[in-house]
Design a protein around this ligand. Structure first.
Ligand code: CA
Length: 229
């Protein structure tokens, strides 16, 4: 009920104003913070539905804010969309320890930002896509408990990694194109974001350990979870 609240953490005034204006137009309630520490405090006290977080911030940078939000019991589930100045930073943002849900590279169009936010919120409002409990060679996926086990060991996955693995494994033996994965797992289908899929698959494989090879790369097309047979 009510408008979804978006917290915008950005030190550049022009961008902050532009984002605020556009998100208000799109029907969101907007909170603003001009540095990392203030952003962290607001996120903790206000529990927004989503945080738009700039990477380069004075004091506490975006990476650190993201890390602390993902560690906090009460803020862990808040989706984070990172803003970055360089496309090359992507790997660090979604590929490694930070755990942001999505990212946009500056300069971005306000419309693009709204679409991304919409997709993330839609995704987090849905119960886990696909539903069913899966059990296949060494892998157990239990969507109800948001639990993944590889050969009996629990693997800690982010929400996006979980959805990605669940989608691939529940379509085992069938090639999934990057476009389909973007649409089903991320909730949007734009060309040019194939890299997002690749980066997540890379990180997911690393976490799967002994089963890392179960996700096969189909060159130029996409990915396939190997079938049991
Ligand atoms: Ca900045």
């Amino acid at each position: 009920m009510g408008k979804p609240t978006v917290l915008v953490v950005e030190d550049e005034r022009d961008i902050q104003d532009l984002v605020e204006f556009n998100l208000r137009q799109s029907g969101y309630r907007v909170l603003k913070a001009g540095d990392g520490l203030e952003g962290l405090r607001l996120a903790q006290s206000e529990k927004p539905d989503l945080v738009v977080l700039d990477l380069m911030l004075p004091g506490l940078d975006g990476k650190e804010v993201c890390r602390r939000l993902k560690q906090g019991e009460s803020t862990r589930a808040i989706p984070i969309l990172m803003l970055t100045a360089l496309a090359e930073e992507t790997d660090r943002i979604i590929g490694f320890e930070i755990g942001a849900d999505d990212y946009l590279t500056k300069p971005f169009s306000p419309r693009e930002l709204s679409l991304r936010i919409q997709a993330i919120l839609r995704r987090s409002a849905e119960p886990e896509a696909g539903g069913g409990h899966l059990r296949m060679d060494g892998l157990v996926i239990d969507p109800e408990r948001h639990l993944v086990e590889v050969e009996g060991e629990v693997v800690d996955l982010t929400a996006t990694e979980f959805r990605l693995l669940h989608h691939l494994a529940s379509h085992a033996g069938k090639v999934q194109t990057r476009e389909v994965l973007l649409e089903r797992v991320w909730g949007y289908a734009y060309e040019g974001y194939a890299r997002t899929v690749d980066t997540h698959v890379r990180r997911l494989r690393k976490k799967l350990g002994k089963l890392s090879e179960a996700i096969e790369t189909i060159r130029g097309i996409g990915y396939r979870y190997r079938s049991g047979e």
